[in-house]
Design a protein around this ligand. Structure first.
Ligand SMILES: C[C@@H](O)[C@H](N)C(=O)O
Ligand SMILES: C[C@@H](O)[C@H](N)C(=O)O
Lengths: 157, 157
């Protein structure tokens, strides 16, 4: 597949919440997101990586207005589950490149990550799909990063 | 946005590679994926979650044929970087639900996670985008999970 990166998207209204020491067994993630759904929290990125010793960390982002409601809803369900902690980590910006054929190219990801590295932007989260690679970065780097990615992939205005 | 889950996708040909203790500073991810791109490895899911104490874990999936080439390429670049380790964790299946309006609904994610929990399927990785929620699960659970998700969202044949 030829890769065609057709655009850059930037969302500066997100906050990152980390759920740590979640029991790594069926049902845990369902309970956390049911609590968020019931609290009418709009969730954007959901990222879970490798678990260790029976516990997993799960990170998600919400719009800044929903942070306190989200943390409250998750802490309540975690105490019912008898494990884990939820923390508001900070405000992030989500920078995404969108296009076709992204999935099969480690090279496209490497290009995006190199552009960010050249501008001293640290990557906090990564989430990919067939047509999109998204990274969470410090909110303070948002505009610089979006401009650098836009120029780096030579996208039209 | 109304949520319309329009389909389930299943990929049973993936292997999971975990890169741990990656220096959590600009450039690390770029080096890892440049090495994979140079080795012509096709990467599917890339997931990075929260870092701790200056080190981050990053997980990615490749087609099973590429596992050894991928681990070799990453280990080589990690030794040049002076930190981190790469491990082939095992074979996984990727189950995805696709549709519009997914992003804003913690409820859709909760439904997917609950269906998996009801069938004793443990979630190993999660990655989301605006139109897709993907989970990595044990390869042995692939067909059971895909059928359960298909039925749970009442999708047509
Ligand atoms: C951590 C969480 O994802 C758990 N493995 C579950 O299946 O719900
Ligand atoms: C861990 C890795 O993502 C690092 N933070 C980077 O920016 O490359």
């Amino acid at each position: 597949e030829d890769v065609v990166v057709s655009g850059v998207a930037l969302d500066k209204n997100q906050a990152k919440i980390a759920v740590s020491d979640l029991p790594d067994k069926p049902g845990s993630a369902a309970k956390v997101f049911k609590a968020l759904g019931d609290a009418n929290v709009i969730v954007d990125m959901i990222v879970q990586n490798i678990g260790r010793g029976g516990a997993a960390n799960l990170t998600f982002t919400v719009s800044k207005d929903d942070v306190h409601r989200a943390v409250e809803a998750v802490e309540k369900v975690l105490s019912e589950m008898g494990g884990g902690a939820a923390n508001y980590v900070g405000d992030i910006a989500k920078v995404s490149i969108v296009g076709v054929g992204m999935r099969s190219h480690a090279g496209v990801a490497a290009t995006l990550f190199s552009i960010l590295a050249d501008h001293e932007v640290n990557i906090q989260m990564i989430s990919t799909s067939e047509i999109r690679i998204s990274v969470a970065i410090d909110l303070a780097d948002a505009d610089k990063a979006a401009q650098a990615v836009h120029d780096g992939f030579e996208l039209d205005q």
